[in-house]
Design a protein around this ligand. Structure first.
Ligand code: NAP
Length: 465
C-alpha cells in the first residue's frame, strides 16, 4: 500500500503528468511580475499580520513543516504532525497508536527521522477549550502542517448537528477517502477466504447526499422546494416530504477517479472499477461512471484499457502493464466483493455508496477495529480511525487500536517512510498470529489471549525488529 511517493513505473507516469505542469509553470512565471504598489501593499499586509496565527495553540519549536510544492510532498527529517486524540475511545487508541508509530520510525531510521507531534483539538476536548467542537485553529493547523492524524469524533444524532468529520473533509477539501482493505492472517473473518479481498477504495468525500443540502419536512424551505418541483418541473413530490439534494459534479468526480487511476498505476494494480447506481440515478451516479471513463480515456489512454476493449480487441487477455477500467452497479458490487473479490483491485465510487461498501469490505477482513483510512486532498491529508467513538468502552483500555495504528502506517507511507510502515504491518501480523488480541477479535478466536489496548500496542512494539 503506497499513497504518496511513487515507485516504478513512476518515471513514465511522472513524465505523463508533468506535460500539463510545464505549461502551468510558464503562465505562473508571467504572473510573478508585481508593480511597486503591489509590493508595498503586500509588505503592509505582512506587517499587519498577528505574531501567532493560532488563537490557543503553540506549535512545537523543534520540528519542521512538511511542504507541498508542485504537487510533491517535501518531508523533513523531523516533520511536525498535528494529532487529534478524539472522543470516547480516542483516549485509549491514540496513546497505543502513537507508541507503535514512534517505535516503527525509530526502528526503521535509528534516530535519523522522528515525528514531532503537535496536539490540536476537535470534538468534546475542543468544546471545553474553545467553546466550539471544531475551532478555526484546528483547520489552520492542518492546512499549515499538511499531514495530520485523528481519533474518532462524536456526532450527536439529530438536533441540527453536522458531522465534524464531514465538516472537516469539506473545509479542507479532503476529496478522496482512501480505504485499503486487506487481510491479516489469523484475524477471524465471516467469509471462508478473506485473503482474496485486497482492494483500495477511493470514495468521493465532498458531495453527493453528504453535501449537507437538506430541508426538514414542514419548513418553509422544504415547502418552497416542493412547490418549485411540482409546479415548475412537473414532479409529484408529496407535500409532507423532507428534501435532500444529491449533487455530483464533473470536477469532484474527475479528480477522484484521476487519483484512483494514478494510485493504480503507481502501485501496479490491475484494475480500477467505477461503482455507481447509474441505472436509476442517471444524471448523478450514471454521470459519475461516464465522467470516470472520460478521465481514464482522455488522461490515461496509454496506461488503461476498458473492459469493453478487453473483450472486443484483446480476447479477454489483459496486455502486459495495462490497467483495466470497468464499472459495476452498486448493488451487484456488494455481491461481487463476497463472491469474486479477487477480480477487484482499486474501486472508485461516489460518497454514499463508498460509505456502505468500505464498511462491508472491512467486515470481510475482520471488522472496523482493523480498518485504516485517510482523507486526502490536493493540499492536505488527514488520516483517521475509521470506526466511531464506541462510548461504552471509553477509557476502559479495551478496544482494538488496529484501525488507528494501520492509519498511522498509511500516513508513514504517504510521507514516503515506507520502511517504518512495513515494520508496523509485519509486527501487527506477528502479534495476531501469536494470538494476543483485544476483546473484539478474542471473542471470535479459539485459544487466543485477550489483551488490553495498551498491551496489544506493547506486543506489537515487542514484535518489531
Ligand atoms: P462505533 O463507535 O464505531 O461503535 C460501534 C461498535 O463497533 C462498537 O460498539 C463496537 O462493537 C465496535 N467498535 C468500534 N470501535 C471499535 C474498536 N476500536 N475496537 C473494537 N470494536 C470497535 O459506532 P457508533 O456507536 O454508531 O457511533 C458512536 C459515535 O461515533 C457516534 O457519535 C458517531 O457519529 C461517531 N462516529 C465517528 C466516526 C469517526 O470519527 N470517523 C465514524 C463513525 C461513527 P461491539 O460493541 O460489538 O464490540
Amino acid at each position: 500500500m503506497e499513497f504518496g511517493h511513487a515507485p516504478a513505473p513512476a518515471k513514465e507516469l511522472r513524465k505523463h503528468l508533468t506535460q500539463g505542469r510545464v505549461a502551468g509553470r510558464k503562465s505562473r512565471g508571467r504572473l510573478q511580475y508585481k508593480s511597486p504598489k503591489q509590493i508595498a501593499d503586500r509588505k503592509q499586509a505582512q506587517e499587519a499580520e498577528p505574531v501567532s496565527e493560532f488563537e490557543k495553540l503553540t506549535p512545537p519549536s523543534d520540528g519542521e513543516i512538511i511542504e507541498k510544492r508542485r504537487k510533491k510532498l517535501h518531508v523533513p527529517d523531523r516533520p511536525i504532525i498535528p494529532f487529534i486524540v478524539g472522543d470516547g475511545t480516542g483516549v485509549d487508541i491514540w496513546p497505543a497508536a502513537k507508541k507503535v508509530i514512534e517505535a516503527a520510525v525509530e526502528k526503521a531510521f535509528q534516530g535519523r527521522k522522528q515525528i514531532v507531534w503537535f496536539q490540536i483539538y476537535a470534538g468534546e476536548a475542543a468544546n471545553e477549550l474553545y467553546g466550539t467542537h471544531l475551532p478555526e485553529d484546528t483547520i489552520k493547523a492542518i492546512e499549515k502542517f499538511v499531514v495530520a492524524i485523528k481519533g474518532p469524533l462524536t456526532t450527536p444524532v439529530g438536533g441540527g448537528h453536522r458531522s465534524l468529520n464531514v465538516t472537516m473533509r469539506q473545509r479542507l477539501d479532503l476529496y478522496a477517502c482512501v480505504r485499503p482493505v486487506r487481510y491479516f492472517r489469523g484475524v477471524p473473518s465471516p467469509v471462508r477466504r478473506p485473503q482474496k479481498l485486497d482492494i483500495v477504495i477511493f470514495r468521493e468525500n465532498t458531495e453527493d447526499v453528504y453535501a449537507g443540502i437538506e430541508y426538514k419536512q414542514g419548513t418553509p424551505e422544504a415547502e418552497r422546494v416542493i412547490t418549485f418541483l411540482n409546479e415548475m418541473m412537473g414532479c409529484t413530490v408529496r407535500p409532507d416530504s423532507g428534501i435532500g439534494i444529491k449533487p455530483i459534479s464533473i470536477t469532484a468526480t474527475k479528480r477522484l477517479v484521476r487519483k484512483a487511476i494514478i494510485y493504480a498505476i503507481q502501485n501496479h494494480r490491475c484494475s480500477v472499477t467505477l461503482v455507481h447506481k447509474g441505472n436509476i440515478m442517471k444524471y448523478t451516479e450514471g454521470a459519475f461512471r461516464d465522467w470516470g471513463y472520460e478521465v481514464a480515456r482522455e488522461e490515461f489512454g496509454r496506461f488503461i484499457i476498458t473492459e469493453d476493449d478487453l473483450l472486443s480487441q484483446y480476447d479477454g487477455n489483459v496486455p502486459p502493464g495495462k490497467i483495466v477500467v470497468k464499472d459495476r452497479i452498486a448493488d451487484s458490487m456488494f455481491q461481487q466483493v463476497l463472491l469474486r473479490p479477487d477480480e477487484y483491485s482499486v474501486i472508485a465510487l461516489p460518497n454514499l455508496n463508498g460509505d456502505y461498501l468500505s464498511d462491508a469490505c472491512a467486515a470481510q477482513v475482520g471488522g472496523l477495529g482493523m480498518a485504516p483510512g485517510g482523507n486526502i486532498g490536493d493540499a492536505t491529508a488527514l488520516f483517521e480511525a475509521t470506526h466511531g467513538t464506541a462510548p461504552k468502552y471509553a477509557g476502559k483500555d479495551m478496544v482494538n487500536p488496529g484501525s488507528l495504528i494501520l492509519s498511522g502506517a498509511m500516513m508513514l507511507e504517504y510521507l514516503g517512510w515506507k520502511a517504518a510502515a512495513r515494520k508496523i504491518y509485519r509486527a501487527l501480523q506477528r502479534t495476531i498470529l501469536q494470538k494476543f488480541v483485544t476483546y473484539d477479535l478474542h471473542r471470535l478466536m479459539k485459544n487466543a489471549t485477550k489483551v488490553a489496548t495498551s498491551e496489544f500496542a506493547d506486543r506489537i512494539v515487542g514484535n518489531m525488529n
